[in-house]
Design a protein around this ligand. Structure first.
Ligand SMILES: NC(=O)c1ccc[n+]([C@@H]2O[C@H](COP(=O)([O-])OP(=O)(O)OC[C@H]3O[C@@H](n4cnc5c(N)ncnc54)[C@H](OP(=O)(O)O)[C@@H]3O)[C@@H](O)[C@H]2O)c1
Length: 338
């Protein structure tokens, strides 16, 4: 049988266990051109929360009763396509299920020459590594000697952004995270020169000004809301604001107030630009370049990362909720099958 977590009701505010229902259905059969993938790891990505709303996101809204979709890492069990062979480890867009049947083109073979552990491909050698690298360097156009500010700096994406910034010669890298433990890890492990604990800071704008008196050349936004407001108070001339995510808004029941200081963009002739990693996933040569560079850093001991692996299919709904309480440590994934 094939276990699935489906959308039982649309979450209002924070996602709760009762928003999801577990069901068992027969293992799907494949058609010409498709593969049957046994899912090993389901990635807990905050963007999934947006797929559960009636308004949808960059995907059509997930219908009630449908399996929850997301990025997965799995093994090809059956194939009706010359593109993928049985036994290959693949990643792609799947669902919170044991098995998924889909066109072979939905999955890419995971290269086995870059990382030694399967978990590497859930984090720095997967979509998260591509998000951090592409966002900071191609969208943010970071140049050596510049200063960088990152919200959500101890999370999956943020923990890589700080290190990549330093590896590319950033002069000063400041992060924002929730809690002393996350701030300690950001400074000791993830390349940050300083980390602002927003939960203990009354005036975020002043705290950023103290940490970055000259302002930020690049602001890498993972959170939004009050953080974007405070960051916009502290940008340099020709700054780049990279909008990777806006997690503070994902569970909001009312629209968040927008920044009131957008004029600072004009004052500083700054650019604000969003991106989606999904748009670069089909660019295989570019992705390979990104992941090869990250793999070199890992092998040289110059880039560290943490994968927080939760065990078992039943752990998925509660694990997903941890993304929004911050009760996780690094890249959050659930191991579904061996
Ligand atoms: N553009 C893309 O293609 C792309 C790809 C991947 C991810 N993303 C985005 O990147 C961001 C980070 O994703 P991730 O996978 O690295 O997750 P993550 O940072 O590992 O986990 C989410 C973190 O966000 C913080 N957070 C949650 N709710 C918050 C709130 N209301 N206010 C302030 N902070 C809050 C928490 O950290 P604290 O404990 O520090 O508060 C939590 O640990 C998300 O916005 C995600 O949607 C975008």
């Amino acid at each position: 049988m094939n276990r699935q977590w489906v959308l039982a009701q649309r979450p209002v505010g924070l996602p709760r266990h009762i928003d999801f229902a577990k069901r068992e259905v027969p293992v799907p059969t494949i058609k010409d051109g498709e593969v049957l993938v046994k899912i090993l790891y389901a990635m807990m990505d905050p963007a999934i929360r947006n797929f559960l709303n009636a308004a949808g996101s960059y995907m059509t809204p997930l219908p009630l009763g449908s399996p929850i979709v997301g990025v997965v890492l799995g093994r090809v069990e059956q194939t009706a396509s010359p593109a993928l062979q049985v036994g290959m480890i693949v990643s792609g867009f799947g669902s919170w299920s044991d098995y998924v049947a889909a066109p072979a083109g939905n999955f890419s073979r995971v290269p086995d020459d870059l990382g030694s552990r399967l978990e590497d491909y859930t984090h720095p050698l997967g979509t998260i590594g591509a998000t951090a690298h592409h966002g900071l360097l191609s969208v943010g156009n970071l140049a050596a000697g510049e200063s960088v500010l990152v919200s959500g700096c101890a999370g999956a994406v943020g923990s890589l952004v700080g290190q990549i910034a330093k590896l590319k010669g950033a002069a000063r890298v400041v992060g924002i995270a929730g809690g002393p433990e996350k701030c300690r890890r950001a400074c000791e492990s993830y390349g940050y020169d300083e980390c602002i604990d927003y939960k203990e800071t009354r005036d975020l704008s002043a705290a950023i000004r103290k940490a970055l008196p000259q302002g930020a050349n690049v602001y890498f936004e993972n959170v939004g809301g009050a953080m974007l407001q405070a960051a916009l108070d502290n940008i340099t001339k020709n700054a780049r604001i990279v909008v990777c995510g806006l997690i503070a808004a994902y569970n909001a029941v009312e629209p968040l107030a927008g920044p009131t200081n957008l004029w600072n963009l004009v004052v500083n002739t700054a650019q604000i630009r969003a991106f989606r990693v999904a748009d670069i996933l089909p660019q295989h040569a570019y992705l390979r370049t990104i992941h090869s560079e990250i793999a070199t850093w890992i092998k040289g001991g110059r880039l560290v990362y943490k994968v927080d692996v939760r065990d078992g299919f039943d752990a998925i709904p509660d694990s997903f909720g941890c993304l929004f309480s911050g009760a996780h440590d690094g890249r959050l994934v659930v191991k579904i099958n061996d």
